[in-house]
Design a binder for this molecule. Structure first.
Ligand SMILES: NC(=O)C1=CN([C@@H]2O[C@H](COP(=O)(O)OP(=O)(O)OC[C@H]3O[C@@H](n4cnc5c(N)ncnc54)[C@H](OP(=O)(O)O)[C@@H]3O)[C@@H](O)[C@H]2O)C=CC1
Ligand SMILES: N[C@@H](CC=O)C(=O)O
Length: 375
């Protein structure tokens, strides 16, 4: 059987129609009428307010308008109903919602695969991470998590491939935030840092609340995902995080955030000036050591340092393992943005569709291990 040919399409439920979710929807619609489009059928879409379902597939036009005109209020129970029945079924989570992440294990255990850009499933409580792994086993399902680190750069995939080949992961160090990479690639110590934060948010690089990035929280989650996939079963609170967000800014309601962003400026100007004096570059770095010590924070690195290079939203990740014991393996590329993230999510969905279809055609066939679930 050729890749994906003559297999029924996987049915998709898309949750989230914001920056990433609308890019997922647009990419699916571009594929309509093509060979790729025949493999994935969007049968349900929802944001936090509205939901729209059609077993025959959703139309391509005006997603927001359609959703707003939809008679159905959004509810997570409706996802189970929309994806009831046989065949390959996939929830595509493009939200930043803890409530949705809490349902991942539920869907996986019931035979519904999950593809997610949201890090709250595997990057928060260790118990939730374990529940997801157990649910994949119980439901014979896959957890497509490529977009959760590096916006789809082959970081998790590489870590899993190294281990599948017998390597232990010794250490990881990296710039794991696309928005913070972009900020420190643009900040020149003269223009206000807060102005760049606004630009990064407008460009769709930040989390819905940019304090998630600036506090190191988003990077902490990514480091936990990488560590756990590497065999270090770190608890949620095991990462030492050095936040860039002053307490006064952290405590504000979201509506008051924009006006208060200049609270960031003075401290960052000082840190920039100190680094500049020494010819160093500021980079927000995550580190996992062989003894399990995990840290996240702003560092002043020599300009020629491996983690100081790159441009734009580039993530840079160095991995030390048995075979890369002295010189690390380096992975670099854009680490934020709606299009790369959406593409990574749909890559996972396509892989699941073909592997799960094969497994149904050939009962007893071993599960796909190319993506893995961090087990
Ligand atoms: N931006 C990027 O470059 C990257 C983002 N990610 C991750 O992608 C995820 C989405 O980010 P982004 O698109 O920027 O966020 P947005 O805030 O733009 O969109 C979030 C969407 O989730 C919806 N939503 C919230 N709760 C629910 C729910 N219970 N059911 C259905 N939909 C819900 C929101 O609905 P409503 O419209 O009603 O508010 C909104 O449409 C985040 O987890 C982020 O970490 C990962 C990699 C890169
Ligand atoms: N806000 C995140 C988006 C991708 O995960 C980042 O800046 O890296």
């Amino acid at each position: 059987m050729m890749h994906g040919q003559h297999t029924p399409p996987a049915r998709l439920a898309l949750l989230g129609t914001g920056t990433v979710g609308s890019a997922v929807w647009a990419r699916l619609m571009q594929w309509q009428g093509s060979a790729l489009g025949e493999r994935l059928r969007l049968v349900y879409a929802a944001n936090s307010r509205f939901a729209l379902g059609n077993p025959a597939g959703l139309p391509s036009a005006a997603t927001d308008v359609l959703l707003q005109q939809a008679p159905q209020a959004s509810s997570l129970e409706a996802v189970d109903v929309a994806l009831a029945g046989d065949g390959v079924r996939i929830v595509v989570d493009a939200t930043a919602s803890a409530q949705v992440a809490d349902q991942h294990a539920h869907w996986l255990a019931r035979g519904i695969h999950v593809v997610t850009a949201c890090k709250l499933g595997q990057g928060t409580d260790l118990a939730r991470w374990h529940a997801i792994q157990a649910a994949c086993e119980a439901g014979n399902t896959e957890y497509g998590d490529s977009a959760t680190v590096g916006a789809g750069l082959p970081v998790l995939r590489t870590i899993r491939a190294l281990q599948a080949g017998g390597d232990r992961i010794h250490a990881i160090a990296g710039v794991l935030s696309g928005s913070l990479a972009w900020l420190f690639n643009h900040y020149d110590g003269m223009q206000a840092f807060s102005g760049f934060v606004r630009q990064a948010r407008e460009a769709g690089f930040t989390e819905p609340d940019p304090r998630e990035d600036l506090s190191g929280e988003d990077v902490r989650r990514k480091l936990l995902i990488l560590a756990r996939a590497s065999g270090y079963r770190l608890e949620d609170n095991a990462v030492q995080v050095d936040s860039l967000v002053p307490a006064a800014l952290a405590g504000l309601p979201r509506e008051a955030l924009d006006a208060a962003l200049p609270m960031l400026d003075a401290a960052l100007r000082e840190r920039y000036a100190a680094a500049y004096k020494n010819g160093a570059k500021l980079r927000f770095v995550a580190r996992l050591q062989a003894d399990g010590l995990a840290t996240v924070g702003l560092e002043a690195l020599p300009a020629e340092h491996a983690l100081a290079g790159g441009g734009g939203t580039d993530n840079r990740v160095a991995i030390w393992s048995d075979r890369y014991a002295k010189q690390p393996l380096l992975i670099q590329g854009p680490g934020a943005g709606a299009e790369v993230t959406a593409a990574a999510m749909l890559d996972d969905a396509l892989r699941i569709q073909v592997e799960a279809s094969k497994a149904k055609v050939l009962p007893g066939r071993a599960k796909n291990s190319s993506m893995g679930n961090g087990r």
